[in-house]
Design a protein around this ligand. Structure first.
Ligand SMILES: C[S@@+](CC[C@H](N)C(=O)[O-])C[C@H]1O[C@@H](n2cnc3c(N)ncnc32)[C@H](O)[C@@H]1O
Length: 293
């Protein structure tokens, strides 16, 4: 008897979030964030989901400081690590590749699914026509496919590689998460380095913060809350069991640097309660227990 094939999830459904994140990031002072948001009609994508009334404003207040802080936190860890080779998974409309290749010292490959990656290439070309001379590459890669990731990694030399992901893992179910973890693990076995990511959310926090949107399935066909690991302890256990050492860094440390709090006019007394409700709290750094060098 033939078994009925379960419908295959189309990861392109997640791609709308590349635009909504780009819109939220445009309230920060992260270099290139505003230019990119304008070029991808990010505001229109955001308003399709959240409208332009009070709910939209509430969501912006909730997300903008977190998106800004998580991005800056990853940047800071990359700089502190003197990273000269960076592979970004599910880069979407992230401006990091452009910013990090300004000096010519960093080899940066950003990857995403085919459609978003092609669209991003056009955007990068329009912002920085000489981008290929910057050691910045844009490649298609499904993060669940090791072959894709390896194919995308032709620019890297035999020295530590810093893999970044920001906003992918939270959309994946546990088996998919494991596949990405395995893929990253294989890459780090080859190059050494670390995986720096801000997209590991835990259910306990999402529940406590009562994050609106985390339960919604209409946007991507996935519920972030259902796919979350149970707690911070579960995150530790999950990655330790998969052979990683685990470090975590709070993202809300330099509040005076959060431009979005000022631009959105958050009163001083409301900053802490607002940050308590942010779904993002840490940047996680995973290194192989058996590090190559
Ligand atoms: C929330 S967005 C985050 C984008 C970007 N990291 C940022 O912070 O702006 C999620 C991204 O994951 C990408 N994505 C979804 N499934 C993917 C997969 N299987 N492999 C690679 N990228 C994927 C989407 O296309 C989208 O760009």
């Amino acid at each position: 008897m033939r078994t009925v094939n379960k419908s295959v999830y189309n990861y392109d459904r997640i791609s709308i979030t590349a635009r909504t994140v780009a819109y939220v990031r445009s309230f920060s002072n992260i270099p290139y964030a505003k230019e990119i948001a304008e070029k991808v009609s990010a505001k229109e994508a955001w308003e399709k989901i959240w409208g332009n009334g009070p709910e939209s404003h509430e969501q912006l207040m909730l997300r903008a400081p977190g998106i800004e802080a998580r991005g800056k936190s990853i940047d800071e860890i990359l700089r502190r690590s003197n990273a000269t080779q960076i592979l970004e998974l599910a880069a979407g409309m992230s401006p990091r590749g452009l910013a990090f290749t300004n000096t010519g010292k960093v080899t940066y490959t950003e990857t995403d699914l085919q459609d978003i990656s092609n669209e991003k290439r056009g955007i990068i070309e329009s912002i920085a026509p000489n981008y290929s001379s910057r050691k910045l590459r844009l490649e298609q890669a499904n993060a669940l496919s090791y072959a894709d990731i390896l194919n995308a990694s032709g620019a890297f030399l035999n020295k530590p590689l810093y893999i970044v992901s920001e906003g992918l893992m939270n959309h994946l179910n546990i088996n998919e998460k494991k596949r990405v973890v395995d893929n990253v693990k294989c890459m780090l076995q080859v190059f050494g380095g670390a995986w720096i990511c801000s997209d590991i959310l835990d259910r306990k926090r999402l529940d406590a913060a009562d994050t609106p949107g985390a339960k919604r399935t209409d946007i991507t066909g996935r519920s972030v809350i259902e796919n979350a690991l149970d707690s911070e302890e579960s995150v530790h256990a999950f990655f330790s069991n998969m052979g990683f050492s685990v470090e975590k860094y709070p993202i809300f440390t330099n509040l005076h640097e959060l431009y979005s709090l000022r631009i959105l006019g958050v009163p001083k007394t409301e900053i802490n309660p607002l940050l308590q409700k942010s779904p993002w709290k840490y940047t996680w750094v995973f290194k192989l227990n058996q590090q190559r060098s």
